[in-house]
Design a protein around this ligand. Structure first.
Ligand code: ZN
Length: 195
């Protein structure tokens, strides 16, 4: 599936879930869903999220350097402690493992899902719920593709329903359906979005 389709499905899923659970929608929830729906394809060179990856890595390096400088004063123990519990560090490592293991491996597995979600939970909790919904929607709709997903990575096994390919008619249909569903849901709920 293309990045556009993943983002649209992720946001529509978040909207549907908000309506079902009757919770107030916030922009942050939808932003989280959009980020989560694009994150698994961090393992691709030409995906929507990867186009920004280099900038993200530079930004992360700068932030990590600042964290390093701040924590150098209290001593090496605190520094280690901070790094182990740092969401940024977890996300950076998960991104690196995703790139090294290849497409539809770590980042499309339950382990990767857990790692990225945990990193987000530590890093910025307000977007966590949306992120989880978006990420789950990505893994679910990628199951429709011909190319399987290593859901139980690092164990062997590739899972897919082999129904469509990225950019094909089903991909485009899902994009259109998601947008229609989103507009209908927003109309129905008469949502007033808040931060
Ligand atoms: Zn994917």
């Amino acid at each position: 599936m293309t990045g556009r389709t993943h983002a649209a499905v992720g946001i529509a899923s978040a909207a549907a879930l908000s309506l079902i659970l009757n919770v107030k929608c916030s922009y942050v929830f939808f932003i989280g869903a959009a980020i989560g729906s694009l994150t698994p394809d961090i393992d691709l060179n030409n995906s929507t999220i990867s186009k920004y990856l280099n900038k993200v890595i530079i930004a992360m390096s700068v932030i990590l350097s600042i964290v390093l400088c701040v924590h150098l004063k209290p001593g090496i123990y605190n520094l280690q402690n901070h790094f182990i519990s740092s969401g940024l560090f977890i996300i950076s490592m998960a991104s690196l493992i995703s790139r090294l293991t290849g497409h539809r491996m770590f980042s499309h597995s339950l382990l990767g899902f857990g790692a990225f979600s945990y990193g987000i939970y530590i890093l910025y909790r307000p977007i966590f719920a949306g992120f989880v919904v978006g990420y789950a929607s990505h893994i679910l709709i990628d199951l429709l593709n011909y190319q399987g997903e290593a859901l139980v990575f690092p164990f062997k096994g590739s899972y897919s329903f082999r129904l469509c390919k990225a950019g094909g008619i089903m991909d485009k249909s899902m994009l259109v359906i998601s947008i229609v569903v989103l507009i209908t849901l927003m109309e129905k709920a008469k949502w007033s979005l808040q931060w």
